[in-house]
Design a binder for this molecule. Structure first.
Ligand code: MRU
Length: 348
């Protein structure tokens, strides 16, 4: 699936599959302005670290068109790009994408006669390139993982690190897709992933559509399933990986990693190198998004906890590098200890 993020330069607009409504409805959400892009990212019309990065890159192109008629358009664009970068705090791909656009803008500004039209074309071309690159990265991750998987393995994944969370194919689900294509008997357990149910709504939907056998499980059944010998491998995505390999991913990932460690089950992170943030020495420095408590105390519009009871809603947790058996990247498999291997990667 690659049609969940479609840029329409003739409008111009970013045409997104609205992931909030899946799997019950397949509706589109059209972003025409910086504000629309920020709303789409904040409310999770589009979500997942690489997908947010790609959407933000197209958002930068839309921002150019939005400010084009202003006399001080470059000043307004500067603010718009800051606004896009501030839409969610944890996934580093968002800042990475906006930074790439900013450096292109600097290059263009160094030449005489920069116009909004020219910059729109430059941003659009780069965003399309990032989108295509992300799909290629996911496929490379899938291939790099093949030696780690055996016929008949049941792979547990948490949240959705699939085609929907990337430009297409997926990171953790890219690993699963590649394994399913290469060997017999691959099956998947998808954690439902409270509170927004990305596992139940999105991972199960994607895999079921592809004919990959998937069984849904409550987040809290992981220890039981592992103790029964039902899981041979865990593969998850990442929102940000620090310089020492500590990894932020969807809340609950750390618990899964601890259980995998207890049961001697390999626990892998699958991510493109654009998810690595070499500026942060360790995971304690990764900003963790805290979302509205109502996402926990309500299901849709239905309250499930008494009025007046607050709820914790950290969107991500950090798995320390010591619990990660390997980080599967588009530049190959990294094994522990990670610090020097991460430092040796070529990071744009
Ligand atoms: O809050 P979300 O749905 O954006 O969180 C997504 C995740 O945690 C994914 O596992 C991560 O972004 C990797 S996506 C390839």
């Amino acid at each position: 699936m690659q049609d969940h993020i479609v840029f329409r330069p003739e409008l111009p607009a970013l045409d997104l599959l609205d992931q909030r409504l899946l799997p019950m409805q397949e509706c589109r959400f059209l972003c025409r302005t910086t504000r629309d892009i920020c709303t789409a990212i904040q409310t999770m019309v589009v979500r997942g670290a690489p997908a947010i990065g790609v959407a933000a890159a197209f958002g930068c192109a839309l921002a150019v068109r939005e400010v084009a008629s202003l006399p001080d358009w470059q000043e307004a664009l500067d603010k718009a790009l800051d606004t896009i970068a501030a839409s969610r705090p944890t996934a580093v791909n968002l800042f990475w994408a906006v930074k790439r656009m900013r450096s292109l803008w600097q290059e263009e500004a160094a030449r005489p006669g920069l116009t909004p039209d020219r910059l729109f074309d430059v941003f659009t071309a780069k965003a399309l390139e990032l989108q295509a690159q992300d799909i290629a990265s996911c496929m490379a991750i899938g291939q790099a993982a093949l030696p780690l998987i055996h016929p008949g393995d049941c792979i547990l994944t948490h949240c959705n690190a699939g085609a929907l969370a990337t430009a297409g194919y997926g990171t953790a689900l890219g690993v699963i897709r590649a394994a399913f294509a290469a060997m017999p008997g691959i099956t998947v357990i998808a954690d439902e992933t409270r509170p927004l149910l990305q596992g139940a709504r999105l991972t199960a939907w994607e895999l079921h559509r592809d004919g990959i056998p998937v069984t849904l499980a409550c987040d809290n059944s992981c220890a039981c399933l592992m103790s029964q010998g039902r899981i041979q491998l865990v593969v998850v995505g990442a929102d940000r990986i620090a310089a020492n390999g500590d990894t932020a991913n969807k809340i609950g990932t750390f618990g899964v990693a601890l259980l995998a460690h207890h049961f001697h089950i390999p626990f892998y992170v699958a991510a493109p190198v654009s998810t690595i943030d070499p500026t942060l020495a360790d995971g304690s420095l990764i900003p963790i998004e805290e979302r509205a408590g109502e996402e926990v105390s309500c299901i849709g519009s239905q309250r499930i906890a008494p009025e007046g009871v607050p709820a914790y809603n950290f969107a991500f947790d950090v798995t320390p590098a010591e619990y990660i058996s390997g980080i599967i990247t588009d530049q190959g498999l990294l094994t522990p200890p990670y610090t020097q291997k991460i430092a040796a990667l070529s990071l744009a």
